[in-house]
Design a protein around this ligand. Structure first.
Ligand SMILES: *[C@@H]1O[C@H](CO)[C@@H](O)[C@H](O)[C@H]1NC(C)=O
Ligand SMILES: *[C@@H]1O[C@H](CO)[C@@H](O)[C@H](O)[C@H]1NC(C)=O
Ligand SMILES: *[C@@H]1O[C@H](CO)[C@@H](O)[C@H](O)[C@H]1NC(C)=O
Ligand SMILES: *[C@@H]1O[C@H](CO)[C@@H](O)[C@H](O)[C@H]1NC(C)=O
Ligand SMILES: *[C@@H]1O[C@H](CO)[C@@H](O)[C@H](O)[C@H]1NC(C)=O
Ligand SMILES: *[C@@H]1O[C@H](CO)[C@@H](O)[C@H](O)[C@H]1NC(C)=O
Ligand SMILES: *[C@@H]1O[C@H](CO)[C@@H](O)[C@H](O)[C@H]1NC(C)=O
Length: 529
């Protein structure tokens, strides 16, 4: 028994070491899109659907080669933006202190970083990196389902767009359209209230043919957008169910051992020899870890602010933000994700337009919804993706070191979830009854398994029934009433992990050992002075 255990232990530890070393540090939902992929995944994103399915073990009884895409519903977060106004201001004032107070000579270079790298007038706005992310996603989507696009000219009427009403989201949609039509078309944007028009055509100076095409991007005012910003329209319900739990967890982690050690470490790095400890607060340390992520995403720069941190330092800082997302938007409370029911409802309605006895022949082939990380994370959680047995809490950082829930991998900048509908034809079948409609879920351009659709491509009815078994009728009002009546931790079903599972995990010394091994391994990781 002991022998077997240590053998298993060694094998699994090795596995952990490999995954830990293979990963770059991530920055919760402020992670640049390309940073979340391994080298192998970067290549997989480029594959056609058929090759991707074969490589990732997605299969259908009819054979994937006998399935063809007929509809796609995609929810996309805005591309990489600049840091918020508050963060930009806080960074500027920290740098001012760095310039006016003695600082360890090894860090003097930080005084030289110009404020203009993160200009105040760009705060919160879509960056060029973000535009590029959008264009590339659109281009890969086209080549993944190349059979749908005959000829080089894209007809934008095959698509349906809708955006949340923020500049970053609408501009992301516009960049996506530009990616679809390609660089040899010039697009012009005309904004009117609640409806943005994008007209594209070939540059008349360089091209004799002209194939003009247009996209419309409608958007609802904030207070009415229950589809793309349900956390606003349902904010009372959400805060009643939460009862301050998010703040409790986040504060407890801020006060805890891991964050104190991290802050101490940074203080030591800043302080010149034999001087008073440098004055930097814990929230400024958190800010610097975030700014490291922004430099990574915006400029592919991991050698300026990131030099302050080792890999494990960044994981600690990230966990504080993970707690926030987990309790506010994800598995912390069932209702967090249930407010995204209108969005999944809209998805089913769209897909069922194709599968109905009298299919709607006017449906767009692709329906694209542009939103933010808040809504995207709720939707992903509603489907039950990356859900852990035990809850994320302030006091179990080490045990959650290898958790499923990683907001960076779920809703990074430009993060996206697609639900694809395929028509699969049995071999030799010629009748309507020989066809099966199948659904596949793709998170950030790669297929994921949901528990009720384990082979990644399942009958739409199996998918829907499985989903409803977890989420019920998915009626927001009813869920809100239930959540408030039951109070915190009251719900079963989605979210609100069970206490029994958490304690049995804690009692397994093997698991604790692995978590610790992974942390030790990670210490060897990232940069650092
Ligand atoms: C796919 O369809 C073709 C032609 O009908 C057939 O020959 C082939 O066996 C099918 N593949 C599978 C796995 O059934
Ligand atoms: C947006 O404007 C275009 C052109 O004026 C129009 O065809 C389209 O129906 C409008 N869409 C919405 C949702 O108002
Ligand atoms: C969003 O909607 C509000 C209210 O309708 C409007 O004032 C604002 O200009 C809109 N924002 C954008 C970016 O369209
Ligand atoms: C340290 O900085 C904070 C603001 O960041 C300030 O409120 C506090 O007075 C400073 N303390 C010392 C000893 O300089
Ligand atoms: C999904 O599940 C299938 C079979 O259960 C497995 O072969 C495949 O590797 C899984 N895919 C992913 C992305 O986890
Ligand atoms: C979802 O759709 C069904 C009909 O398909 C409808 O009865 C229900 O009210 C919808 N729920 C929400 C939350 O929109
Ligand atoms: C910084 O990024 C580059 C390129 O992405 C990578 O090769 C390098 O290992 C990174 N450096 C550190 C210290 O992580």
């Amino acid at each position: 028994m002991t022998g077997l255990r240590s053998f298993l232990g060694a094998t699994l530890t090795l596995g952990f070491l490999c995954t830990v070393f293979a990963q770059m540090p991530l920055f919760s939902t402020e992670t640049g899109y390309d940073l979340i992929f391994s080298t192998a995944e970067l290549a997989q994103r480029q594959l056609t659907w058929l090759n991707l399915a074969r490589q990732m073990g997605v299969d259908a009884p009819e054979g994937v080669e006998n399935c063809s895409l007929i509809g796609l519903y995609m929810v996309i977060r805005e591309g990489t933006t600049f840091p918020s106004e508050a963060d930009t201001m806080a960074l500027n004032s920290l740098q001012q202190r760095m310039r006016s107070q003695p600082i360890n000579s090894a860090l003097r270079y930080l005084k030289q970083v110009p404020d203009s790298r993160l200009p105040m007038n760009m705060a919160g706005k879509l960056s060029e990196a973000g535009r590029q992310e959008m264009k590339m996603i659109a281009m890969r989507l086209k080549s993944r389902f190349t059979e749908l696009f005959s000829g080089p000219d894209i007809d934008l009427s095959l698509f349906n767009f809708q955006s949340m009403n923020t500049t970053a989201s609408i501009e992301s949609a516009v960049a996506f359209v530009q990616g679809l039509v390609g660089e040899n078309q010039i697009c012009e944007t005309i904004s009117s209230e609640m409806n943005v028009t994008v007209n594209c055509q070939e540059n008349p100076r360089t091209s004799r043919v002209s194939t003009p095409t247009s996209a419309y991007i409608p958007n609802q005012p904030i207070s009415m957008d229950s589809l793309l910003r349900p956390y606003i329209t349902e904010r009372n319900c959400l805060s009643d169910a939460n009862k301050g739990r998010t703040n409790t967890e986040v504060r407890a982690f801020q006060m805890g051992r891991e964050m104190a050690q991290l802050t101490q470490k940074i203080v030591t790095k800043f302080t010149p020899p034999r001087a008073q400890p440098w004055n930097i607060t814990q929230s400024e340390v958190q800010l610097l870890s975030k700014i490291c992520g922004f430099h990574n995403a915006l400029f592919k720069d991991n050698s300026t602010w990131c030099q302050l941190f080792e890999y494990e330092d960044l994981n600690v800082a990230e966990y504080e933000r993970e707690l926030q997302h987990y309790w506010d938007e994800s598995y912390g409370f069932p209702v967090n994700s249930r407010v995204a029911c209108p969005l999944i409802n809209d998805t089913f309605e769209y897909l069922e337009g194709f599968t109905a006895r009298n299919p709607n022949s006017n449906l767009p082939v692709m329906s694209m919804k542009f939103t933010d990380e808040n809504t995207l994370l709720r939707l992903i959680s509603l489907l039950g993706i990356n859900r852990d047995q035990q809850q994320l809490a302030a006091n179990n950082y080490a045990r959650n070191r290898n958790r499923e829930f990683r907001s960076a991998k779920m809703a990074p900048f430009a993060g996206n979830l697609a639900i694809n509908l395929f028509r699969c034809q049995e071999a030799g079948g010629i009748f309507f009854s020989d066809q099966t409609y199948r659904v596949n879920v793709m998170l950030n351009e790669l297929p994921v398994n949901v528990t009720y659709c384990p082979n990644g491509l399942c009958d739409i009815n199996v998918f829907k029934n499985g989903f409803m078994k977890q989420a019920g009728q998915c009626l927001v009002d009813k869920e809100c009433h239930r959540a408030i009546r039951l109070g915190p931790n009251g719900g079963g079903g989605l979210g609100g992990g069970s206490r029994a599972a958490a304690s049995s995990f804690a009692q397994s010394p093997l698991n604790v050992f692995f978590a610790l091994a992974a942390i030790v391994a990670a210490k060897i990781g990232y940069g650092g002075l």
